[in-house]
Write a protein that binds this ligand. Structure first.
Ligand SMILES: Cc1cc2nc3c(=O)[nH]c(=O)nc-3n(C[C@H](O)[C@H](O)[C@H](O)COP(=O)(O)OP(=O)(O)OC[C@H]3O[C@@H](n4cnc5c(N)ncnc54)[C@H](O)[C@@H]3O)c2cc1C
Length: 523
């Protein structure tokens, strides 16, 4: 059970527990503010657990002339690699160059030179045709010229959100999931006076006083704060991925390639021992309140793309263990083709209410800084610093903790994900706790720690966001549910009836939104 920690007054209330809200919350607490974060569903339930997990400058934005966006994203990537080693990890990319499709060698070289300049060091290299064929067995050889390689980074997106939130909680911030903001009250001069909160499941309501509210609700932003700009609105765009067992193709880097149908770049990349294929970019017309699902049209699009780059690979949509879809909060004025819409963020202000939406996972910290700057007049000590003050609780200089029975790579992975809470997690590192769950990289200790100490309300919170095994194991892990139940039971106060309900709800949710074979997403 989550203890009710909400007090009656805060300096600032942050609405939305995705990476944007988590970043604002983290920085607000670091600035010494009394801060509350509320999330209507689970932390990272929205887009922030459904991304491509890349911490990147976005090479394609260069092509669109968005130099500033790319430059700030490259800088953020470097900073995040330094601040969160083990959570944000370097990731190599390779992009085969063809005569008949996609950017030419010269275009790629120019783009990558600029990219390297922005990072302050050369981060790319060229591979000749023969090396490319050796690095990517089975890659389409017809019209292949060469390949370029470059380096970006990868993150477990949901764990980044949780790390930001729990680090801030350990420094005095308050964060409640399953608590939605249902309204904002203002005084007679129109200034924010309080926020109305509602427990998403019991319906219990309460009012919390504050003069500053940050609306970081992603695609939901216009519910609390309609766009102040005529004709400029959120355009929800869905992106979906298919997840395959990692042993179907040995891949140690991202293959970035062009889907020939519409010339869009898509990727197949390694993540936590699996292979992930994505993403799409299509208008979303479904219910924003439900977990989105991939559609059969998107599956065909992705599989067709994969077939075009790895024609000899014997991999079908049926081999996918899971699918995951997310909805981008993209701001749109003139309806362009989905992929051409800007990924830049906006900040809207209205007498204490600040809305921040759009942007990218990579640049969450810049969104946080801009939102806090906009909120400064409504915060105590108006002149407070709003510089980018993202700091780890224990810096890398603190060194790696010695976790009994775990090698250096596993220690780094755990430290990156759990920060100073590693000591709590260590309590679960028994002989059994150190074992991975089936074929995944996740330890049983992580499952127990998530259940006991990370504010889960439901089984889906645990299996889809605290750990991600619901995306890696066949059938969402339902086939090993007896074992999961046995291990997790001592860490939650669920009786037999509650367990049965949790398992049944999880099964339904997984089949509806994550099972690649049982598609219910809208087309
Ligand atoms: C398919 C896909 C791939 C992507 N890949 C990348 C990538 O590789 N790299 C990258 O940098 N970016 C990527 N992005 C973009 C990135 O994921 C998003 O920009 C980012 O996650 C948005 O975070 P957010 O916190 O603004 O929104 P969200 O994560 O959606 O968070 C908003 C939260 O607000 C909550 N909420 C809504 N209303 C209320 C309310 N009234 N009260 C309380 N809470 C509320 C919601 O439940 C939700 O959890 C990708 C996006 C998609 C869709």
């Amino acid at each position: 059970m989550t203890p009710d920690i909400i007090e009656s007054r805060y300096d600032i209330v942050i609405v939305g527990g995705g990476v944007t809200g988590a970043g604002v919350f983290h920085q607000a607490v670091n600035m010494g503010l009394k801060a509350l974060l509320v999330e209507a569903r689970d932390f990272a339930w929205g887009t922030s657990s459904r991304s491509s997990k890349m911490v990147h400058g976005g090479l394609r934005y260069l092509k669109e002339g968005k130099f500033l966006l790319t430059r700030s994203a490259v800088k953020e990537r470097q900073r995040l690699l330094n601040v969160y080693p083990g959570l944000v990890t370097p990731l190599d990319f390779i992009m085969p160059i063809y005569k008949d499709l996609g950017p030419s060698k010269t275009t790629m070289k120019t783009g990558l030179n600029i990219y390297s300049l922005m990072a302050g060091e050369r981060q790319h290299r060229n591979f000749d045709r023969k090396t490319t064929l050796g690095l990517l067995p089975g890659v389409r050889s017809d019209q292949l010229v060469s390949a370029v390689g470059f380096r970006d980074a990868q993150v477990d997106d949901a764990r980044l959100v949780l790390r930001l939130i729990f680090d801030a909680c350990d420094r005095g911030g308050h964060a409640m999931n399953y608590t939605g903001a249902s309204g904002i009250e203002r005084d007679n001069r129109g200034r924010v006076r309080s926020v109305l909160l509602k427990d998403a499941e019991t319906g219990a309501e309460r009012e919390v006083r504050t003069t500053a509210v940050i609306n970081a609700t992603g695609v939901f932003a216009e519910t609390l704060h309609p766009s102040p700009m005529k004709g400029f609105h959120i355009r929800p765009l869905r992106g979906s991925h298919l997840i395959f067992p990692g042993d179907r193709y040995k891949l140690d880097r991202v293959i970035s390639f062009i889907q020939p149908r519409d010339n869009r770049p898509i990727f197949i990349f390694p993540w936590e021992g699996c292979l992930v294929l994505g993403t799409t970019d299509v208008d979303f017309h479904g219910d924003l309140n439900a977990d989105p699902g991939i559609t059969s049209r998107e599956i065909n699009y992705l599989m067709e793309g994969l077939d075009s780059i790895l024609p000899e690979l014997d991999l079908n949509a049926d081999d996918a263990v899971a699918a995951i879809a997310g909805v981008r909060p993209v701001l749109s004025r003139k309806r362009k083709s989905a992929s051409k819409e800007s990924r830049e963020h906006v900040v809207w202000k209205d007498k204490g209410l600040v809305t921040v939406t759009g942007g990218k996972l990579t640049t969450f910290s810049l969104l946080a800084r801009d939102a806090l700057r906009a909120a400064a007049p409504w915060l105590p000590g108006k002149g407070r610093t709003t510089k980018n003050c993202l700091t780890p609780v224990s810096g890398p200089e603190a060194g790696l903790p010695g976790l009994p029975g775990l090698d250096e790579a596993a220690c780094l992975r755990i430290q990156g994900r759990y920060g100073d809470r590693i000591n709590e997690l260590a309590d679960h590192l028994t002989e059994e706790g150190r074992q991975p769950v089936e074929s995944t990289h996740t330890l049983w200790a992580e499952l127990c720690h998530g259940a006991r100490s990370e504010q889960i309300r439901h089984l889906s919170d645990l299996l889809l966001r605290r750990v991600r095994i619901g995306l890696f194991l066949p059938n969402g892990g339902l086939s090993v549910m007896d074992r999961i139940r046995e291990k997790v039971s001592p860490c939650v106060d669920w009786d037999r009836k509650r367990w049965e309900k949790e398992i049944q709800d999880y099964r339904q949710l997984w089949k509806r939104a994550y099972a690649p074979g049982e598609i219910t997403g809208d087309d």
